[in-house]
Design a protein around this ligand. Structure first.
Ligand SMILES: [Zn+2]
Length: 480
């Protein structure tokens, strides 16, 4: 079955064919580092994480780049208010971002470029746009002449005729009523110098507009044409429309092949947003006793292109669902299995495993249909429970048990909530007690020179992400 994505550019679901066989270049617009992320922001990064993980599950070698916007209207305003440099201002928010991403079990991208490190590349794109008659100077700033780019509006389907020729917008953020020539390079204002946001260019001192930053970082790191560009749905216009105009205007080549946009997280029917004040950070929620694994699970229950309502009732159901899966997995793990299947062996779980893995892949291939894929995991859990409870027919064989555990682990390599939940149990002390007991058993096996047994225990620990280091003071363990 081919992998299919809904492409915002064509408004259709399309088969995914990467530019280079077996490899994927993928970019996601990261945050502006002017506030700690809230769970609405995290839903977008979670969507990119699931996309990234599933591409790897499908065997692609993925290069995933997510930028950090550290210079724009918002960061300059914040740095001025706090009386610090742009760099000093952004660092705590970068740290808060990684703390939240790690808390939610988001796998790291290959690169997190910062806009301020790519100014020469931005200047070069603007120079090429000028050469091609797509950019012009006005009062120390440089603007994009959208009337000269025939494809302007092709992503967002914005009505270009609404824009009056030569009218300009200098703000980084504007809406569809303001379809105008947008700013590429902003001439320096006195306050920009106070926060260290001034660079010298052929057009005089200034600083980049927000949109040119993503064109420069993505093309420098992934090439002038790359496979996937992801981001929140609110970035479709103007940010991504302007990225296309800049990149394709400068290179004359297609910029991005598949545009994927994630929907909002809602609170009481409204977008969760800093500007609306209706937001929670991950840390707020954890302090209230919400588990990060529940949030991860909740996000999976809705398709990434659907709005998702954030409620505490839904989080509670998510917590129960995570517990159900974990409990079954633990019961199966600790269940005594027979080594070799006898003549009465009924490989019930093998059939359930095959069906679950096939169903999982079929659902995820269909534009990452995570809610249907989740149902496949639950079907495997039900089959496993049935097998554990209906033992009268035949004992569970090791092969059967391992196949089911392996399928759960493979599915969780994309979903990731079991791994986050395992970490939470460790914090609760449950895992710690188990690890200590296993280490004592391993010590006893080693003293008795039963190295097969001590190796088996080490493997058992590794399977749960526990790494053991033997020191002169005895074994020390940590989570991988
Ligand atoms: Zn961007």
């Amino acid at each position: 079955m081919p992998l299919r994505f809904y492409n915002t550019l064509t408004r259709r679901e399309e088969e995914f064919v990467p530019l280079r066989e077996g490899r994927v270049g993928m970019y996601c617009c990261g945050p502006t580092v002017y506030a700690p992320p809230h769970v609405g922001n995290l839903r977008t990064f979670f969507f990119a994480d699931v996309l990234h993980r599933y591409l790897e599950y499908r065997g692609y070698e993925v290069r995933f780049v997510m930028n950090l916007t550290d210079v724009d209207d918002k960061t300059i305003r914040g740095a001025l208010r706090d009386g610090v440099s742009l760099k000093e201002y952004g660092e705590p928010f970068v740290a808060a971002l990684f703390e939240s991403l790690d808390g939610l079990g988001v796998e790291r991208a290959d690169l997190y470029p910062r806009a301020t490190d790519y100014v020469p590349q931005m200047v070069e794109i603007i120079r090429r746009l000028e050469e091609r008659g797509l950019a012009y100077e006005s009062e120390g700033s440089v603007y994009y002449d959208i009337s000269q780019f025939a494809d302007y509006g092709k992503l967002s389907k914005v009505d270009v005729s609404a824009g009056r020729r030569g009218e300009r917008v200098a703000h980084d953020e504007y809406d569809k009523d303001d379809v105008r020539d947008f700013v590429l390079w902003k001439g320096a204002k006195p306050e920009d110098a106070q926060v260290g946001a001034v660079w010298d260019t052929p057009w005089g001192p200034g600083r980049p507009g927000w949109h040119i930053e993503c064109s420069a970082m993505s093309m420098h790191e992934l090439g002038e044409t790359f496979d996937i560009h992801a981001g929140g749905v609110d970035l479709t216009f103007p940010h991504h429309e302007d990225e296309i105009a800049q990149s394709e205007g400068a290179t004359g080549k297609p910029f991005v092949r598949y545009w994927l946009h994630g929907e909002f997280l809602q609170m009481d029917g409204e977008k969760m947003a800093k500007s609306l004040g209706n937001f929670f950070s991950l840390q707020d929620l954890v302090a209230q006793g919400v588990k990060a694994s529940s949030i991860r699970y909740l996000f999976l229950t809705a398709h990434y292109r659907s709005k998702l309502n954030f409620t505490f009732e839904a989080l509670e159901s998510a917590e129960q669902a995570v517990r159900r899966v974990r409990t079954t997995r633990e019961r199966l793990r600790t269940h005594p299995a027979v080594a070799s299947p006898g003549p009465a062996d009924q490989p019930v779980l093998h059939r359930a495993v095959d069906a679950a893995l096939a169903g999982f892949a079929a659902a995820m291939d269909q534009d990452l249909n995570t809610s249907v894929a989740l149902a496949e995991l639950h079907a495997l859990v039900s089959a496993t429970n049935g097998r554990l409870e209906g033992l009268g027919t035949a004992p569970i064989s090791e092969a059967e048990r391992d196949a089911a555990l392996d399928a759960m682990a493979r599915i969780d390599s994309v979903f990731g909530f079991l791994r986050v939940a395992d970490r939470e149990v460790q914090v609760d002390g449950g895992l710690a007690a188990w690890v200590e007991e296993r280490l004592a058993a391993r010590g006893a096996a080693r003293n008795a020179k039963d190295f097969a047994q001590s190796d088996a225990i080490r493997a058992e620990l590794a399977e749960r992400g526990v790494v053991v280091e033997d020191t002169a003071q005895g074994p020390r363990w940590s989570l991988a």
